[in-house]
Write a protein that binds this ligand. Structure first.
Ligand code: G3I
Ligand code: 9MR
Ligand code: ZN
Length: 534
């Protein structure tokens, strides 16, 4: 049935702000019912919002007063009922576990046993030797996580995913230590959570050349058909090195040191050495160093024309971790030019800012103030956007682009940062609203994470899911993209006949521009979830 009442299908923590969106052009009274039908709260939605992103009018209601643990649904006259949702201290426990287990199921070069991986079990894939592009040289690069619905392995996106998952652990240790690897314990010394991240860190180390630089990616020449990963046996090519990959790797290894040193000092040592070496390599690499796919290689490009922000993140993170004056001087020189910001795969500035703000080492206090101001001013813009949107989403109409779910999550993280800097509740509420958007409070009425909530994405662009005919659980869909950019969505609409931007998602396997999944969209989601629920 067509829905008109939208909430987070996974539910709410008891004390969270709780808002409901109605698709209607008149104010409405609404009732919150327990699952047995009794009404526990009556409210009125009289805040009207014109919503150009969704091409509709909304009224917004608040039911934050419902704090008692239970299972609920909302009704309003003439508008039907909402999906059911819970109010509970562990409303997100299952979603967290599934979204984290996704990384395990994306492992490459690993026998995924049926008892742990079920339908998605397969033999170790992509173990073939890697060939350096245009060279006779070979290299063992088995391991790491598949990037997405495809089986490429790309260093920059991998580093971003690990950094975000480390932040999740730092901010919400209790939640992250509750993670259980589907296979049971695979390490004696590490918690399951850190063991999973180590799987990617280990692979990235294999991608490091002897001079410290990182190959940009390991993939076959082209995307394969919808087959299981161990059936893709084409030649494995290592694309040329890039500053993007090298800077991101230097940064994430430096960051990882503080997480691993208490469990495995020898490993922390290796991370430090790899990080310093990569950093040195970036100093020798030319500007601007943007990566472009060689002509014969058509897998994910992750091109990035500006690599200053990767250098910026690396300098800050290495200074925070190791304290050398050189790193500090490099960061401060870059920051004099520009305060970089961004949590995406191409824009890493905000990670650099967090490292500089969080270090106990001596820093330039005036620069620190400037960084704080830049962060708050970014969040203020996002807050305005979110407050003007009927679903509380911090995306303007133009921002429903490829991977818009990541941008919603990362904008939530910018809002969260402003909350930590100011203590103002409105930033935290707006950050949490991005979580609610992703989990069902959106104009499509879909939970964007597979296998979660009551009405989730069912046909993501993900090879193992497509091959098995059932969506792997715990994957965040890329979300609405108004570009009309893949064959499937093009066969349904032209740019002229397309629905409003926030509705440009088709839950069909072919729609990679609106409905693919990736490790760095899941990580953005998990960092947001961990942050706002800590
Ligand atoms: O940087 C330009 C910007 O200047 C311009 O205004 C804008 C409007 O067209 O485009 C911007 O670049 C876009 C970029 O995303 C950043 O938003 C590219 O056109 C667009 O093609 C690109 O989309 C990326 C997509 O790959 C295609 O390359 C997505 O962000 C990225 O998440 C996605 O990643 C793919 C991998 O390649 C392969 N694996 C799956 C993964 C997810 O779909
Ligand atoms: O499956 C590929 C997906 O992972 C990528 O994000 C996407 C864009 O680069 O490309 C997909 O592969 C498609 C290819 O680009 C065009 N032919 C159809 C492929 C999907 O089946
Ligand atoms: Zn593989």
């Amino acid at each position: 049935m067509y829905k008109n009442i939208f909430i987070n299908q996974c539910g709410y923590l008891p004390l969270m702000q709780k808002q409901v969106t109605f698709r209607t052009d008149k104010p409405v009274s609404f009732n919150v019912h327990t699952s047995s039908g009794s009404c526990v709260y009556t409210g009125r939605a009289d805040r009207r919002v014109e919503n150009p992103s969704a091409g509709e009018t909304n009224y917004v209601g608040d039911f934050s007063a419902v704090t008692e643990i239970g299972l609920y649904y909302i009704t309003a006259e003439g508008l039907g009922e909402s999906d059911s949702f819970s109010v509970s201290g562990d409303a997100y426990a299952d979603t967290f576990q599934k979204a984290m287990a996704f990384f395990y199921l994306q492992r490459c070069g690993y026998d995924l046993p049926e008892k742990a991986a079920g339908l998605y079990a397969h033999k170790a894939c992509h173990t073939q030797i890697g060939h350096l592009y245009q060279s006779e040289e070979t290299r063992n690069v088995a391991g790491g996580w598949h990037d997405a619905g495809d089986y490429g392995r790309y260093v920059g996106p991998g580093a971003m995913a690990v950094a975000q998952l480390l932040y999740a652990a730092e901010r919400n240790g209790a939640l992250c230590s509750s993670y259980r690897c589907p296979e049971g314990k695979t390490s004696v010394s590490l918690p399951d959570y850190l063991e999973e991240l180590k799987y990617e860190l280990d692979w990235m180390m294999k991608m490091q050349r002897e001079d410290g630089a990182l190959y940009h990616k390991a993939s076959c020449r082209n995307f394969c058909a919808f087959i299981m990963p161990d059936e893709e046996t084409e030649e494995m090519i290592l694309s040329p090195v890039s500053v993007t990959a090298t800077g991101d790797f230097a940064a994430v290894c430096a960051m990882a040191v503080r997480f691993y040193e208490k469990y495995d000092p020898a490993y922390a040592h290796r991370l430090e050495a790899a990080s310093r070496k990569a950093y040195e390599a970036t100093k020798k690499m030319e500007l601007p160093g943007g990566f472009r796919n060689p002509p014969e290689i058509t897998t994910g490009e992750y091109g990035d024309s500006c690599d200053q922000d990767e250098r910026y993140w690396a300098a800050a993170e290495l200074y925070h971790a190791f304290g050398d004056q050189q790193y500090r001087a490099d960061f401060e020189a870059l920051a004099q030019e520009k305060i970089y910001q961004g949590y995406g795969w191409a824009d890493m500035g905000s990670y650099g800012n967090l490292a500089y703000l969080n270090t106990d080492r001596p820093v330039d206090e005036a620069l620190k103030t400037e960084i704080r101001q830049a962060m708050i001013s970014l969040a203020d813009g996002l807050l305005k956007t979110a407050e003007a949107d009927g679903y509380g989403t911090a995306l303007t109409s133009e921002q429903y682009i490829w991977g818009s779910s990541m941008n919603a999550a990362n904008n939530g993280l910018h809002l969260y940062d402003a909350w930590t800097l100011t203590g103002e509740q409105r930033y935290l509420d707006a950050a949490a609203a991005q979580l609610h958007y992703l989990l069902g409070r959106n104009c499509l009425g879909l939970c964007f994470v597979t296998g979660c909530g009551s009405d989730a994405i069912r046909h993501p662009h993900h090879r193992p899911s497509g091959f098995r005919g059932k969506a792997m659980p715990g994957m965040l869909s890329g979300g609405p993209c108004s570009w009309i950019a893949d064959e499937t969505i093009k066969s349904m609409f032209t740019k002229e006949t397309a629905p409003a931007p926030a509705k440009c998602l088709v839950d069909m396997t072919g729609s990679y521009s609106t409905n693919e999944v990736t490790i760095y969209w899941n990580s953005a989601f998990l960092q947001l979830l961990a942050s706002v629920t800590a």
